[in-house]
Ligand binder design. Structure first.
Ligand code: UTP
Length: 405
């Protein structure tokens, strides 16, 4: 191994990597990885796992929202027309985030569901919706797909093989998000079965940097895209072409927006929108004090009842501003296979490594305001997160079938 790589490993207490018996090719690949890894960052991420979480001074307040179903016909129409114009003029694009690992689902590739409309891949369901919008607005909306190193090639091949489910392939672009090494409880990097340093996607908050680094941000600008809708691949009812949301955001003079659905009950385990220290924020259910979770407003509705469904609208200027934003990392303790000191691949039964991720919505606190539009849950929210039970393919298909029956 090159001297440079060796001294880097030594400097950061990672010399255990030098003890593996590797062939030339493996050595070369490893060197490349070592060259690209920011070990200083990794060291501070590891330190952060040992720190006590400091309790910050938090002032939690209600965030205003608009209930789409409570808008009058005239209000809906006038907002629709504002949004429709932007879409028809070709200033609107859609991004699907598909870089996740899908560990809870136990699947990290194109996933097919048995729907009322036949067997459909989730990608196909998304493209169906894009094709519908194409007909409705007479424009082919550009579609960008964020992948990760793990699934980039497979995703492209899959869509190519399926002829992009009939969408114009010139309007589809793929871009890869960044990744970070996993580290064990001693802060050591690990090797996978191919003797490569095990890395994983750096969370959906990696989208801001990825858009910029991949040149997509520049592309959006060149194509005069002004508004971009970003949502995950894991909500099969995501309604990502919504002129009313767009019209409302423009009318409210905001540059970020999100849809929400009403929280089913105070105990539902979901993140909800609020204002924290005056800024828009998604507060996780474990961080919302019980009495606040149950608090009602003057209409008898939950004060903190706007559930985050991972469907966001951005003005391009926001994505440009956030290109170099440093978002906080969240550490998750996960299970990961690794090569032990004897070069044997071990699949642990218990979590053994830290994975570091940033969250896309952590950027919202940088803005004073955002538009929140409540939509009907049954219309726009059918998450596919877990293999069985809640938010599983089974429950999502049921919701999909209800909508399309
Ligand atoms: P989740 O936060 O549910 O993560 O993703 P996940 O990795 O897919 O699933 P688990 O946690 O391993 O079970 C929400 C959305 O963000 C995307 C996912 O593809 C999904 O659409 N995502 C998540 C990324 O694009 N990149 C990431 O690094 C993480």
């Amino acid at each position: 191994m090159k001297e440079e790589a060796i001294s880097k490993l030594k400097k950061y207490n990672q010399e255990h990597i030098l003890k593996y018996d590797l062939n030339n090719k493996q050595q070369e690949e490893l060197e490349k990885q070592i060259e690209n890894i920011d070990f200083e960052q990794l060291k501070s991420l590891y330190e952060s796992t040992k720190e006590e979480k400091c309790i910050e001074e938090k002032k939690i307040e209600h965030i205003p929202y608009t209930d789409k179903t409570k808008l009058t016909k005239e209000e809906q129409l006038s907002l629709f027309e504002i949004g429709e114009q932007v879409i028809k003029q070709g200033h609107y694009a859609v991004i699907t985030m598909a870089g996740g690992q899908g560990t809870r689902l136990g699947h990290n590739g194109p996933y097919a569901l048995d729907t009322i409309n036949g067997k459909k891949y989730i990608f196909e369901i998304i493209i169906d919706r894009l094709k519908k919008a194409e007909k409705q607005y007479n424009v082919t909306i550009p579609w960008y797909v964020m992948t990760s190193k793990e699934n980039h090639q497979d995703t492209i091949l899959f869509l190519e093989k399926n002829n992009y489910f009939g969408y114009n392939k010139d309007k589809i672009k793929f871009f890869k998000q960044g990744e970070l090494p996993l580290i064990d409880t001693q802060g050591k990097i690990i090797l996978d079965e191919n003797a490569k340093i095990k890395e994983a996607a750096d969370g959906n908050g990696g989208i801001y940097e990825a858009l910029s680094k991949s040149g997509m941000l520049q592309e959006l600008k060149q194509n005069q895209i002004e508004w971009i809708f970003i949502s995950g691949i894991d909500n099969i009812l995501s309604n990502f072409v919504d002129p009313i949301l767009l019209g409302l955001t423009i009318k409210e003079n905001n540059v970020i927006a999100s849809k929400s659905v009403a929280k089913a009950n105070p105990q539902e385990k979901v993140g909800v929108f609020c204002k924290m220290n005056g800024k828009p924020k998604i507060i996780e259910y474990i961080d919302l004090p019980e009495e606040m979770a149950e608090e009602l407003d003057e209409n008898g509705e939950l004060m903190y009842g706007e559930v985050n469904i991972g469907t966001y609208l951005y003005n391009r200027s926001v994505l440009e501003n956030l290109a170099n934003a440093k978002l906080p990392y969240h550490a998750a303790f996960k299970k990961s296979g690794y090569l032990n000191a004897n070069g044997k691949f071990i699949e642990p039964d218990e979590p053994n490594v830290f994975k570091f991720e940033t969250f896309i919505f952590d950027a919202f606190t940088r803005y004073d305001d955002m538009t929140i539009m409540r939509v009907k849950r049954e219309d726009e929210f059918a998450p596919v997160k877990n293999r069985t039970g809640n938010d599983s393919p089974e429950t999502a298909v049921k919701l999909y079938n209800e909508k399309y029956k």
